[in-house]
Design a binder for this molecule. Structure first.
Ligand code: C5P
Length: 410
């Protein structure tokens, strides 16, 4: 499945480097060629000899290995690949990548490459959770670096938590998806995200606190499973992901038009926090105080319900329609009623009471509601919620293909 694909594999200095030896074998079994690069710290964990022997080619180590231009120069090396993979990606290597440093062969290749980069982080849980690493993660994601893992579990250092490198086969799956071979390859998934802005006059608008974080994470996770993603976003704080078709809109009515134009799709996920109303008497020029102390009367009309509209389509209805329900009380009951009322297949319900810190925060605690019941998920980072939901969507669409029906109760 990876026949003829060229992978430049950078092995960083962590105990997980031993798993990279197996990764080389798995990639080669699938027909890929692997050009390995070992950092100085990586050499403390695995030897250039074993890496080179498994890859069947020279293991590159030092920037100045490449000064002899009879050999491949570092720019050429960074480009002569279909994909650059960093496994393990240590906290230090990620910091270098985020900061654009180029003081050794690995960091120079990462700065010089024009190819996509997939990293498999591996580090102690405290290092992973440290604000500096979290800042670097956000920067790397914004730079369109793809991640696989880290997983949560027991660590070589005796602690427990996120930081374990993804298993070799998980990395292979990540690589395959980036090569257009994931479980959602050939599928089109539509995602709405962010708030909408409803103008009052040319400088003022009605909005809400949605950051777009959950919808953005979801678009990324679906993309990482190989889907073609159309990402229809309101004016969100979160930077939009790379590798997806982005349609920027402002109002709910524009969002509906963009969604309709993007159909057909295999699945549609409505993560946007759409304003319920728009102002019907919005002024064409800036409204001014007239000195009378009287506030202007703003009149509202209901916005179209985009989710309900798409879920009710006779023609072009996606096989799987997923809505979100941000509630502050009776979350599950309200969301289950909403699923029926809107005619969607799944509702992802969450409690956005201010004390949860979920709206605009980094974590989410959701309940997935389908025709067969409610499944409560633990409180997780929004990225992890997105990965789990994307995997469920892939499974549901896979079953639909296999059985000719959608198992919407999944
Ligand atoms: O009715 P409520 O706003 O709680 O419904 C939330 C769900 O409906 C979300 O999935 C949201 O994206 C979607 N929605 C929509 N169009 C609207 C209002 C909500 O697509 N006008």
């Amino acid at each position: 499945m990876l026949t003829g694909k060229r992978i430049l594999l950078i092995i960083g200095g962590g105990i997980a480097a031993y798993k990279s030896l197996d990764l080389i074998r798995r990639l080669k079994e699938r027909g890929a060629s692997v050009t390995p690069v070992l950092t100085r710290a990586g050499e403390e964990f695995v030897t250039p000899l074993s890496v080179g022997a498994l890859a069947g080619v020279k293991c590159y180590r030092h920037l100045f290995d490449l000064t002899d231009e009879a050999e491949m120069g570092h720019i050429e090396l960074s480009r002569a690949a279909d994909l650059v993979v960093v496994a393990p990606a240590t906290a230090d290597l990620m910091a270098k990548m985020a900061g654009g440093q180029a003081d050794d062969l690995a960091s120079t290749l990462l700065l010089a490459t024009d190819k996509h980069v997939l990293i498999a982080p591996a580090m102690n849980v405290r290092m992973w959770l440290h604000p500096a690493t979290q800042r670097n993660i956000a920067t790397l994601r914004a730079d369109d670096v793809r991640f696989v893992g880290p997983n949560e579990g027991d660590m070589a250092c005796g602690e427990y938590g996120p930081g374990r490198m993804a298993e070799p086969m998980e990395i292979v799956a990540g690589i395959a998806a980036m090569m257009g071979d994931g479980p959602l390859a050939g599928r089109h998934v539509l995602v709405t995200s962010g708030p909408t802005h409803e103008p009052i006059d040319p400088v003022r608008y009605i909005a809400n606190r949605s950051s777009g974080a959950q919808g953005t994470a979801l678009a990324r996770a679906l993309r990482d499973l190989g889907a073609k993603v159309t990402f229809v976003t309101g004016p969100a704080r979160e930077r939009s992901p790379g590798g997806v078709d982005i349609v920027r809109v402002e109002t709910a009515r524009e969002m509906l038009a963009a969604v309709t134009a993007a159909l057909p799709a295999d699945a549609a996920v409505f993560a946007a926090a759409v304003a319920d109303w728009h102002v019907t008497n919005a002024s064409g020029s800036k409204m001014k105080k007239d000195g009378s102390g009287k506030a202007p009367a703003i009149e509202f009309a209901e916005n179209p319900d985009i989710l309900a509209h798409v879920a009710g389509l006779k023609k072009n209805r996606p096989a799987l329609v997923v809505g979100f329900a941000a509630e502050t009380d009776d979350v599950v009951d309200n969301a289950a009623a909403k699923r029926k009322r809107k005619g969607c297949d799944w509702i992802v319900a969450n409690d956005v009471s201010p004390e949860t810190g979920i709206m605009g925060g980094a974590e989410n605690a959701v309940t997935l509601i389908s025709a067969t019941g409610a499944e409560e998920w633990p409180r997780l980072p929004k990225d992890e919620v997105a990965r789990r939901l994307a995997a469920r969507i892939a499974k549901a669409l896979g079953q639909e293909t296999a059985e000719g029906t959608t198992d919407k109760g999944d």
